[in-house]
Design a protein around this ligand. Structure first.
Ligand code: C5P
Length: 329
């Protein structure tokens, strides 16, 4: 069997090649380290392999928690992974638990200060990656619709919960990280890109030691040695007890509507009534129901699972109805 060497795309730190089937792409992690929008650059032997290994560990962690990702399996070489092909959404989605980096330049936060609630910020992937509002994301059609934008926000917060639970007991503060999302050929939203310390701020909880790309940005330590140390801690057991599981209350809304192809007698009756009352301008109408739910769960992922189950099995009839879920963190 011959493996294609054709390059589909090449970025600062990764190369994309065709996979063995149309449902796969091969991603090679390069040894390149870049910072300050490419102004700082170095070749660091072993970095590609370390980032592929760390990404694999975190993609598997997320998949086992129920987060849909592009990860299929490790590749032919130790610096290669196999992904599902995605149409990428041109957004960088940053989640912050503590104040570091650009947010302390933009706002008057003390470095290292914890936020009351995790923050999600959006940046437009262009030459200088400006911060962007939700209204502008929709105006520029960077996502297919508002529901996808809401799903990205929810997934980012769910991923954050998984990371906090993983890093915390290993004595590592997960201060912030950047995610990218894409749509697969079936129209499903998946987490894409990579999950390496290039895209995180990770600090030793006890010593404050820097365990991410800031070691390269700020010339603090050897990058490969730092990443190797981090990988060892990630592969090792938790060194501290996990915090006791706490239940949180989440608000959810479930919208149930008949499928477009199904004639809904209630909709028909309302439409006819409107026409009798002189509202001829109303052309179509699809009546549905909105159910507001409060649910107790230990995480946003667990809450979503519970509400989906209720929506699918009790609140809607899957043969003739569709439902939409909105979960509020
Ligand atoms: O620079 P800033 O504080 O906004 O970065 C927040 C997080 O996003 C950091 O973990 C950083 O490594 C990551 N990031 C990234 N790629 C960018 C910008 C930020 O991975 N282009």
């Amino acid at each position: 069997m011959t493996v294609a060497t054709e390059i589909l795309a090449e970025g600062k730190t990764k190369i994309l090649r065709p996979g063995l089937s149309p449902n796969e792409v091969r991603v090679t992690f390069k040894d390149a380290a870049t910072a300050f929008n490419g102004k700082k650059y170095a070749e660091i032997p072993g970095k590609g392999q370390l980032n592929a290994q760390i990404s694999t560990l975190l993609f598997k962690l997320l998949e086992s928690a129920g987060v849909p990702t592009c990860f299929v399996r490790a590749g032919e070489t130790s610096s290669e992974l196999v992904y599902r092909p995605l149409t990428m959404i041109p957004l960088e989605v940053v989640v912050r638990n503590y104040a570091y980096g650009s947010i302390i330049k933009r706002f008057d936060f003390e470095e290292g200060m914890p936020f009351q609630k995790p923050l999600v910020e959006f940046f437009h992937k262009t030459s200088d990656d400006p911060q962007i509002t939700e209204a502008l994301i929709l105006e520029l059609n960077l996502v297919p619709n508002q529901a996808v934008l809401e799903a990205i926000q929810l997934m980012a917060l769910q991923i954050n919960e998984v990371f906090l639970q993983f890093f915390g007991p290993r004595g590592i503060r997960c201060a912030d990280f950047k995610l990218e999302f894409g749509i697969d050929p079936d129209g499903k939203l998946l987490l894409g890109d990579e999950l390496s310390p290039d895209n995180f701020r990770l600090r030793d909880t006890q010593t404050g030691a820097v365990l991410d790309k800031d070691v390269f940005r700020l010339d603090l330590a050897d990058l490969a040695e730092t990443y190797r140390h981090l990988l060892g801690r990630m592969q090792g057991p938790a060194t501290q007890a996990a915090p006791p599981t706490r239940l949180h209350t989440y608000q959810a809304e479930v919208f149930v509507q008949s499928r477009k192809s199904i004639l809904n007698p209630e909709s028909k009756a309302i439409l006819e009534g409107l026409h009798v009352l002189g509202y001829q301008s109303v052309q179509t109408l699809n009546a549905g129901k909105r159910i507001v739910i409060q649910v107790q769960a230990e995480s946003l992922l667990a809450a979503e699972k519970q509400v989906r189950q209720v929506a699918e099995t009790v609140l809607s009839n899957p043969v003739i109805e569709d439902y939409e879920l909105r979960l509020k963190p």
